[in-house]
Design a protein around this ligand. Structure first.
Ligand SMILES: Cc1cc2nc3c(=O)[nH]c(=O)nc-3n(C[C@H](O)[C@H](O)[C@H](O)COP(=O)(O)O)c2cc1C
Ligand code: SF4
Length: 480
């Protein structure tokens, strides 16, 4: 039976573990930074000799680390895209916006172990020749910003930051920037615009790939809080050792936020792919199962923008059997390993690592209406399909959820949703607002149609009883 594997959150909830630097250092803090600054040169299997920052980049590549912010993109590959020949400064931004509904894991790191995040950041900056970095933190995390500023002050005082860090000759400073309080500020190019003091309008890619034209049009790395923490552990363990955690192509640990109708909502750190969705929901070590007397209806597996799974859904996956051979297997949704690749193969994603559980008491129309309202509110409005589509979907769902629906609303919703993603928008918000509608309506169509049909019938009965709206007024005006 899988258990929590606490690497990033190893000390976070231990009684007596505090946020200050002394406590962090007593628990081995900043040892990985010291190691990173003093790595001896190494010869790789292909005969290349690497040293210093390049060696750390190599370790991260070997570790197989994938970004924990949403897309699961290879961290080593992202770093390899950085334009190191432009002559411009290279920036690094820690994305602490944590705005995907259902996600509450970066907050735990910031509020409970801020120096770990700083250590990961400093190592990542050293590895990429960055001398100025930013933490872009969600505006609402007021206390989190204070905690980080305090931690930065402590780190500067002990020369873990600043000029000539620990006598290495390397200079770095990091500043906290509080976000503007919008979901789109978490999208990396919107974030960069916001950091530059403008509205968080995402930029068109190409040409504005952050690795080439990022902050102040300089090469920039944007990584999630949890991704940067993992960098510290990669240096501490070595890339190859880190890659042994988790499963093939889905390495390391991951903090999963579990919310909704479970007995033990909370955050749980696991080796990636070592626990299934069902285990994360039902095991006493994790979600602890559904509320008494309830049955599972649906699971949103990766934050509100991920496509929903319906209870009982089955998927065909290629899996390695005990004999080591790969074969196609049919598995229940609950038996999907919670990793990047299995969820993509099943048509959804693990996204920001947020599992939202919906039991049979859920009004599915209302649930989707709630999600759609969020996206309509948060669209930045630059692209017509996203700006108009998200609003139309939210309006239609509001009607359906409030007794004003129509039988054809289910098809109408899918038609709108199908016309938003697929390269028609500047950023992936287009996908994020369309996927919930496509999947909820696609998988629970009967509930949407029934709701619309019931509304139409009720309206028809009412019209029969009292006439068309306005008819009574016309009649009384004619009488007089
Ligand atoms: C609409 C939208 C919102 C996003 N919000 C966040 C966020 O709050 N935090 C985050 O780390 N990544 C967020 N992302 C992903 C970032 O654009 C970016 O891919 C990520 O920070 C890269 O870090 P990683 O490679 O370490 O995962 C968002 C993406 C989109 C399209
Ligand atoms: S897809 Fe939506 S959120 Fe993204 S840039 Fe276009 S309008 Fe803005």
């Amino acid at each position: 039976m899988p258990q929590e594997f606490r690497q990033i959150l190893k000390y976070a909830d231990q009684p007596g573990y505090r946020l200050d630097l002394d406590c962090y250092v007593r628990h081995g803090g900043y040892e990985a930074l010291k190691k990173a600054l003093n790595l001896p040169p190494r010869t790789l299997s292909d005969g290349r000799s690497v040293s210093g920052p390049e060696q750390i980049r190599e370790e991260v590549r070997i570790s197989g680390l994938r970004g924990r912010g949403g897309a699961g993109f290879s961290c080593g590959l992202k770093w390899s895209f950085v334009d190191r020949k432009s002559g411009k400064p290279i920036y690094l931004i820690c994305n602490a916006d944590e705005s995907e509904p259902g996600t509450f894991k970066d907050k735990q790191i910031i509020y409970k172990d801020p120096h770990q995040m700083l250590e990961g950041m400093i190592i990542a900056c050293y590895a990429n020749d960055v001398h100025l970095a930013y933490i872009y933190i969600r505006g609402e995390f007021v206390e989190g910003a204070k905690i980080l500023n305090r931690a930065l002050k402590e780190a500067r005082a002990k020369n873990f930051l600043g000029k000539n860090i620990l006598g290495s000759g390397y200079d770095l400073d990091i500043w906290v920037h509080r976000g503007a309080g919008a979901y789109i500020c978490g999208e990396e190019t919107g974030l960069i615009e916001s950091l530059e003091g403008k509205r968080a309008y995402p930029r068109i890619k190409p040409p504005y790939f952050p690795a080439v034209l990022g902050l102040y049009l300089c090469p920039t790395i944007v990584n999630n809080v949890e991704t940067l923490c993992a960098v510290k552990h990669i240096v501490a363990l070595g890339g190859a050792e880190y890659a042994k955690l988790g499963t093939s192509n889905n390495t390391g640990t991951r903090i999963v936020s579990i919310s909704g109708h479970v007995k033990r909502p909370g955050y749980y750190e696991v080796e990636v792919g070592k626990a299934t969705i069902g285990e994360l929901i039902n095991d006493p070590a994790f979600g602890g199962g559904l509320r008494d007397g309830r049955k599972l209806k649906a699971v949103i597996p990766g934050g509100s923008s991920a496509k929903v799974f319906k209870a009982g859904e089955r998927f065909k996956l290629r899996r390695r059997g005990p004999d080591g051979k790969e074969a196609e297997q049919e598995v229940d949704m609950l038996d999907l390993p919670y990793d990047f690749d299995s969820l993509i193969a099943a048509g959804s994603m693990s996204g920001s690592g947020a599992i939202i559980v919906l039991d049979d008491s859920t009004d599915i129309v209302e649930a989707l209406s709630n999600i759609a309202e969020f996206y309509a509110h948060e669209s930045c409005g630059q692209c017509t399909p996203c700006r108009e589509g998200s609003l139309w979907m939210a309006k239609a769902l509001h009607r359906l959820a409030h007794g004003e629906g129509r039988k054809q609303d289910a098809d109408y919703l899918v038609k709108i949703a199908d016309n938003i993603p697929g390269g028609r928008t500047i950023c992936a918000f287009g996908e994020a607002c369309a996927w919930p509608v496509q999947s909820f309506v696609g998988k629970f169509k009967d509930e949407f149609v029934a709701r619309g049909a019931a509304d139409e019938e009720r309206k028809a009965r009412l019209t029969e009883a009292i006439g068309e709206p306005g008819q009574a007024l016309v009649a009384s005006a004619t009488d007089s």
